[in-house]
Design a protein around this ligand. Sequence first.
Ligand code: GRF
Length: 203
Amino acid sequence: RRIAVLASGRGSNLQALIDAISAGTLQAELVGVFSDRAEAGALQRARAAGIDPVALDPKAFASRSAFDAELFARIDAARPDLIVCAGYMRLLDARMVDARPGRMINIHPSLLPAFKGLRTHRRALAAGAREHGASVHFVTADLDGGPVVAQARVPVQAGDDETALAARVLAREHPLLLETVRWLVAGRIALHEHHVHLDGRAL
Ligand code: GRF
């Protein structure tokens, strides 16, 4: 199965996919890495893995839909079966997302539906949450609101600050993303009518 990754930042989730593919523990091919930021660490990781990444500058486009039209034209040219948003920080054009039902996932650093959006670790601490974590969900036009596929939970510990909590969550994100992508490429997970199915049954 062919995987494309969208990333805006350091790219540690991308790296987890690269490492698993090269170790043979993920039966997939990384066919493209796409970014909205030319300085993203993810781009270096892609190059080191032998992939020529695509970085488009939003400022060079007149509108979000013009940017996303070009972005998705480039993605489509790589013919991915699955598109993984791994720290992609830009809103996606709803039409582009809706045109690819069940083919895009995102990893988000909270136990959705709690803490959609940004600064999730800080907000979890401020809310006094006892538990926090990460979610992988199908991408829909509803930001961080698509059907959840899998989650990893971590405890919030006394004395945690944003950095400590983020690190504890990130350590769980990588195996969570890998396992979810394995299920997807094996065809065990699919989206039907806005519901996640595992092995043919609605979750
Ligand atoms: C992760 O915490 C991910 O959940 C969020 O952005 C961060 C990306 O980290 N969407 P990295 O770029 O994969 O290291």
